[in-house]
Design a protein around this ligand. Sequence first.
Ligand code: FAD
Ligand code: DHB
Length: 394
Amino acid sequence: MAGVRERTQVGIIGAGPGGLLLARLLKIHGVDSVILEARTRDYVESRIRAGVLEQGTVSLLEEAGVADRLHREGLVHDGVEIAADGRRFRIDFRDLTGKTVTVYGQTEVTKDLIAARLAGDGAIVWEAADVTPHDVDSDRPRLTYRLAGREHELQCDFIAGCDGYHGVSRNCVPSFLRQEFERVYPFGWLGILADVPPCSDELIYARHEDGFALASMRSRTRSRYYIQCSLDDDIAEWSDERIWAELKRRFGPEVAPHIVTGPSIEKSIAPLRSFVSTPMQHGRLFLAGDSAHIVPPTGAKGLNLAASDVHYLCRALVAHYRRGDDRLLGSYGETALARVWKAERFSWWMTSMLHKFHDEASFEAQMQRAELAYLADSRAAQTALAENYVGLPF
Ligand code: FAD
Ligand code: DHB
């Protein structure tokens, strides 16, 4: 090959939160990596996505030495509120589980991880084009890519596919070994970000006969709201005024007066999907995060699942390099999937309970109302929600 040849221990595809956290944790344990990212730094740092971190994710970011700003600026939440059928009730995480969650945007997590990486951990190759894994089932896997028109080859001991749902790594698991499980939901989420104070101290998840609504935040002066919308909706048809009016209607007369409106700084429509691809490993290729699984956002699990995958993968790679012990690498996919499936179940359940799927007069809508009425009055049901929301142990 006429081009640039390089070598590293772990070749990481993707500088999302999964790839960045993996690189940082590996470095702390003395393992080198190179991150290949298709997009620019600016693009990656300004992508607006998740906002809620489980306690276990916060601990991992502490272990990674990137939690100072998170502790200064993140908001610790002891519970969430649920609004349905004119009734509002609170799930008290601290009381029910002894744990909390932290509201801190994925954008900020990403910025902190990139800053740590660039302060001495190693390079991130931005705008790496046509990243392609080769020979993943041999003991000399390689990544090839193009950078500014030049061909590059990166020889690795292992490859981590942290390249999200649209990445290339999942397809390197041969199709005769791969099994995919999927549910596509018949609606989307319209999200709006605005520099206005949140309507409440805690998040509010609302079921309304016209569809789901969520009041979230990024700080005490920046709000994030979502509403269930049609997949056919064009974002251009949703003026800020229309979104605020719809939010007020769906949250009802108790919450509406507290919704402070203002110009949007971002708005977008995202589809909802449940998806798992197994196995999460093949030869020396290991998938982590959205490259292997997607959850619908209700329940805020996507980013947190990428973090728990990375924890298992880092632990397994460190056991290989420190002790020559490959047992954890051999069981990585199985270990990660056990937790993934539980988060898939929780996200599917939250989505099923809170969104409009059917006519309000249908049996299914009646079941949703019964589920919410049970949740409102049962400490056992609230505990089940709380222990999943704050994050199952890993
Ligand atoms: P990603 O964050 O997707 O990172 C993958 C990286 O790989 C990207 O930087 C991408 O550019 C790069 N890449 C892709 N292909 C290649 C390639 N061929 N070569 C090199 N690099 C490549 N979760 C929640 O919990 N709550 C939310 O509100 C929420 N909102 C979301 C909204 C949207 C629009 C999306 C898409 C996701 C949302 N999620 C949400 C999910 C959450 O953001 C993801 O679960 C999380 O980003 C997963 O991290 P990751 O590192 O696995 O993948
Ligand atoms: C946010 C997103 C979620 O999917 C969720 O369940 C809670 C909060 C957010 O973006 O703030």
